[in-house]
Design a binder for this molecule. Structure first.
Ligand SMILES: [Cu+2]
Length: 117
């Protein structure tokens, strides 16, 4: 009789230990994801439009530092491909912009573009 009570307590103890272990693991996973996100942010870079080519479509930017998922660059002036020509609607030389650029098919490509007014 006494023995079976100890046995029952042991099983309950083991079960709750297992549940705590699972909960810890879940918390760890979440922490991992959070850290991963913080380690590779696609913060918007800043730039000024030098030229817009709707035919290509492409845009030449005098840009500040770029740090995105696939691209890291010092400030310079260079042309970018554009993921979607619609991003260039209303954009003209002299505009100040914020943008995210990534390498798509090997080309530096603007994937997000926001004109600062
Ligand atoms: Cu560049």
């Amino acid at each position: 009789m006494q023995k079976s009570i100890y046995m029952a307590l042991w099983i309950v103890g083991l079960a709750s230990f297992t549940l705590v272990a699972i909960a810890d693991q879940k918390a760890g996973d979440q922490g991992g994801r959070t850290m991963k996100k913080a380690a590779s942010p696609s913060t918007m870079a800043e730039g000024e439009v030098e030229d817009v080519d709707l035919a290509t479509p492409s845009i030449t930017l005098r840009h500040g530092p770029i740090k995105s998922k696939t691209m890291e660059m010092e400030p310079m002036t260079m042309p970018f491909a554009v993921k979607d020509a619609a991003l260039l609607a209303g954009v003209k030389a002299g505009d100040k912009v914020k943008f995210i650029a990534e390498y798509l098919d090997g080309f530096p490509t603007i994937v997000t573009l926001q004109v600062l007014r």
